[in-house]
Design a protein around this ligand. Structure first.
Ligand code: HEM
Length: 503
């Protein structure tokens, strides 16, 4: 209390600028319940708030994020500690919430040995194409379930790459269902104001018979689901290896023919489990935004379809090697990433040592948030940022293309999304395939479509490091609900969709 109430020590530089702080509570009343990315967007390239003594620094420009999160990544790569999810729910063993340290660095190196290898990633292309073709089939059969189809496709692609596992086409798939439950529980554990223990971490030490500690039992349930999500696919792969039926996959490469120590096996299963958790649902936000943009901008859809028709023709579906020959379609994909930031404030970083930046003091334990929404809607960087215009990425005689948003939306520094390459290929292929064979249009019986998006990741975090907390939510931000019609473009398109799904 004294620490938060006492004035700054003499000689300590001021914190980055920000709204006036009230005694003790600081900026508690300034933080909106939702969409904090808009509230702080115009507060300068770097601004800071303090809540009950916990400083949070918000980075509103790409250059600020690069200066801190990229250039000083050795001290800006920790994660805040969220009790209900990280400790009670067990997520501190997954990459996304894992503290920065030796184990973290080993897992990232292993991930990079796969995702950083163009040869390995190209070997996954046929499999990605097959999963996207299945997506087109499901979409034709039941267009109204398009969100479920996107989720299934993203999850199925990662399970195949990570575990060599093919999801069931009919009925519920056990591994996918387990992943969805774990992610739902993760959202619950990190929901703002959801659990008092996030705001007062010592509560986790209370015995379970004390009234009001139902969260302890719930934490156990969350942890159990998460461990099943990580352990059951591992056991499945081991069985496949034992019977000689295992398909090539990341886990297969890590296990096959080796006698792993307990720690090595622990790291291998958490690596692939984290990739699955991190990637299965993020694609949904981006692809849903694509569908919405096509309803709102039919002329953009028609232009991309003309390009695909002239390059790919109607004899086959698009493939990843067409990317360079389809510049407008590729620009459309970039514009989807920019127009709708699925993680408007990414995942917060945490500073592990005191830092002085541009004469401002940023104390150890500060939460650091990259305001990706602001970066991708900054009128200094993007002309008419609220307008969906793929043309901004096409170079022309006297105009350079605008900044590539994929350098922003996957985060920064050592915490940058490890699945970026896979996400980019999957998203491109889903968009190009959908445009090749479907028309997406406004549903005349649906309501009006707005440009809004749902509240997403991170509100604020309270409390010093180790006892740190918060109202921290890592839910994704989806486009606000909308209805649309999705129909095959022609009889030939129907034939292409119905053709056998080949590897
Ligand atoms: C459109 C799709 C995706 C977007 C927009 C996205 C975005 C992000 C962002 C913003 C972060 C936080 C970066 C930071 O802290 O600076 C992140 C982390 C992460 N992403 Fe992705 N991602 C996507 C797809 C994927 C896929 C397909 C995978 C897995 C194959 C994946 C796995 C992860 C993991 C494991 C982390 C945690 C990394 C860490 O803390 O070290 N993501 N992602």
């Amino acid at each position: 209390l004294a620490y938060t109430l006492l004035p700054r020590r003499r000689g300590t530089p001021p914190p980055p600028p920000g709204p006036r702080r009230l005694p003790f509570i600081g900026n508690l009343l300034d933080v909106p319940a939702e969409k904090s990315w808009i509230k702080f967007a115009d507060a300068g390239d770097i601004c800071s708030i303090s809540i009950l003594g916990q400083q949070t620094t918000i980075l509103n420009s790409a250059s600020a994020a690069r200066d801190l999160l990229d250039k000083k990544s050795s001290i800006y790569s920790d994660r805040p500690f969220v009790v209900m999810a990280g400790e009670l729910g067990g997520w501190k063993d997954a990459l996304g919430l894992m503290p920065y340290g030796d184990r973290y660095r080993r897992l990232r190196r292993t991930a990079h040995s796969f995702f950083g290898s163009p040869k390995i990633m190209t070997s996954f292309h046929p499999l990605e194409k097959q999963e996207v073709h299945k997506f087109a089939k499901r979409l034709m059969e039941k267009p109204t379930d398009f969100a479920a189809h996107i989720d299934k496709t993203a999850g199925a692609t990662i399970l195949r790459i990570c575990h060599g596992y093919q999801v069931k086409e009919d009925g519920e798939d056990d591994f996918l269902a387990l992943g969805s439950t774990a992610m739902r529980q993760f959202s619950q554990a990190t929901s703002p104001g959801g659990f008092l223990v996030n705001a007062i971490p010592p509560l986790r030490h209370l015995p379970p018979w004390v009234p009001g500690t139902a969260f302890l039992a719930l934490g156990k349930v969350f942890k159990e689901t998460l461990h099943r999500m990580v352990d059951e696919p591992l056991e499945w792969v081991k069985e496949q290896i034992a019977t000689g039926t295992a398909q090539p996959s990341i886990l297969y490469h890590l296990l096959e023919g080796k006698k792993l120590t307990e720690e090595e096996e622990f790291e291998a299963k958490w690596l692939v489990g984290s990739l699955y958790a991190g990637g299965a649902h993020t694609t949904l936000a981006t692809i849903s935004a694509f569908f919405k943009a096509m309803v709102l901008y039919p002329e953009v859809m028609a232009k991309a379809q003309r390009e695909i028709d002239s390059v790919v023709g109607d004899g086959r579906l698009p493939k990843l090697s067409d990317r360079n020959d389809l510049p407008y379609t590729s620009a459309l994909v970039l514009e989807v990433y920019r127009w709708h930031a699925g993680g408007p404030t990414a995942v917060p970083h945490c500073l592990s040592e005191d830092d002085i930046h541009n004469g401002w003091f940023i104390p150890k334990g500060s939460i650091v948030i990259a305001n990706i929404w602001k970066m991708t809607h900054d009128p200094r960087v993007y002309t008419d940022p609220m307008v969906f215009n793929p043309g901004r990425f096409i170079p022309c005689e006297n105009k350079q293309p605008e900044m590539d948003p994929t350098d922003l939306v996957f985060g920064f520094g050592r915490r940058i999304c490890p699945g970026r390459v896979l996400a980019e290929t999957s998203v491109w292929l889903i968009v190009a395939t959908t445009l090749a064979v479907f028309n997406i249009s406004c549903d005349p019986d649906g309501g009006e479509i707005d440009l809004d998006q749902t509240p997403g990741i991170v509100r604020c975090v309270i409390g010093p490091r180790e006892r740190q907390t918060g109202k921290l939510t890592m839910q994704l931000s989806l486009p606000s609900p909308f209805e649309c019609l999705i129909e095959p473009r022609s009889a030939r398109a129907v034939e292409l969709i119905q053709a056998d799904v080949q590897l």
